[in-house]
Design a protein around this ligand. Structure first.
Ligand code: FES
Length: 373
């Protein structure tokens, strides 16, 4: 056991073994019988697995080689640190860094394009956790943090931390929704309240993969946590519903192939309008007037970013910006006046702010506008 915990390769074997176990459970559970997964999906998922393995290998040997030259006294310096300290320190450092990296991948255009394959998945499953581009995995802080802790001599702590983290990550992506069974037992509800406020559950992470906020369950611009939900609660991005979205994927999906998904910007998409096409540009579709329309009863998603091609409604073009759509309910069919300049202070409704701009060009959305969460 001691030997296993001191071998940096144990973490990789463990990840592979867990994939095989969960893969078998999903397969025998009938998940892949009626799957809509395409060949491109499979290539993307296994391709991502090899890319992150390559990135981990690069980080590990790079950090150890350069560390020994630049900071020789630090090599194995913390090998005797108690596991009671080293494991929590590793896990919290790893998860906090992942929270901000993941959140940035939704809020900044450059990173979004590399995280987009993850959200193009129309089905859940453990292999979905590996759908990211090569560039995303190259800069992902986790592999560099694991390599640094290994360099410092905290190999057992890194392996134990990785074990717990991967277990949470795999179960929160898996079609085996363990929490669904527990939620049905009323007596366990208070315990689950505590569990879901610490660890990411399938319900919590499924909401992040849901197609759109209009279903009242999903929040693709929230629930960013990897292993712990504490960061989302601390930074105001957590939503707990104990429900599971019915639709996953991108709101507007041009169906890019596996190659541009994994290797953008070295390979770009040939699909018109794709965010990873060579000539893609985010163009403002906001206008200096209101949209007066009749809406059916139900939930609608108003575009606040001003980039949707389906104004005044959201089409998912806000990904890669800090601006989110606003979901609003209409009880019965009625006429509404929705803001189309995207500077209203009473979103989604027009408050005539556009009249204040007169003949001046429309200010950039998000600059002067109030951004609602
Ligand atoms: S497209 Fe979603 S907020 Fe604009």
């Amino acid at each position: 056991m001691t030997e296993l915990l001191n071998n940096p390769s144990t973490g990789k074997y463990f990840v592979l073994l867990t994939i095989l176990i969960f893969g078998a459970i999903e397969t025998f559970g009938g998940h892949y019988k009626n799957t809509s997964r395409t060949k491109d999906d499979w290539i993307m998922e296994w391709g991502g697995f090899f890319l992150v393995s390559f990135s981990s290998f690069l980080a590990l040997y790079g950090v150890i080689a350069f560390g020994k030259i630049l900071l020789p006294a630090s090599f194995n310096a913390y090998a005797n640190l108690s596991l009671w300290i080293a494991v929590p320190v590793y896990m919290f450092a790893d998860d906090l860094a992942q929270y901000w990296y993941h959140r940035s991948a939704h809020e900044y255009d450059f990173l979004w394009k590399h995280h987009r394959p993850h959200h193009a998945a129309e089905e859940m499953g453990i292999m979905v956790s590996f759908r990211n581009s090569f560039v995303y995995y190259l800069f992902i802080p986790n592999v560099w943090i694991a390599a640094t802790f290994t360099f410092l001599g905290m190999i057992p702590a890194t392996i134990i931390g990785l074990f717990v983290k991967q277990l949470v990550v795999f179960t929160s992506h898996s079609t085996v929704k363990w929490d669904e069974y527990v939620y049905k037992i009323k007596l366990l509800s208070p315990i689950m309240w505590v569990v879901e406020r610490i660890f990411v559950t399938p319900a919590f992470h499924y909401a992040h993969h849901g197609k759109s906020k209009a279903d009242g369950i999903s929040d693709p611009n929230g629930n960013f946590g990897n292993a712990f939900t504490v960061w989302d609660q601390l930074f105001g991005t957590a939503t707990f519903t104990r429900k599971y979205p019915l639709e996953f994927g991108l709101q507007t999906d041009p169906k890019d192939g596996w190659a541009p998904h994994l290797f953008y910007p070295f390979i770009t998409s040939d699909k018109v309008g794709s965010e990873i096409a060579k000539d893609f540009k985010r163009v403002s579709t906001a206008t200096m007037d209101a949209a007066e329309i009749e809406l059916e009863a139900g939930t609608h998603l108003w575009c606040q970013c001003g980039f949707s091609k389906n104004q005044p409604f959201c089409d998912g073009a806000h990904h890669g910006t800090k601006i989110k759509p606003i979901a609003f309910k209409v009880k019965k069919k009625r006429k509404v006046k929705l803001c189309n300049c995207k500077h209203t202070k009473t979103g989604p409704f027009c408050d005539n702010t556009h009249l204040e701009f007169g003949n001046t060009p429309l200010p950039k959305v998000g600059k002067k506008a109030t951004v609602h969460s």
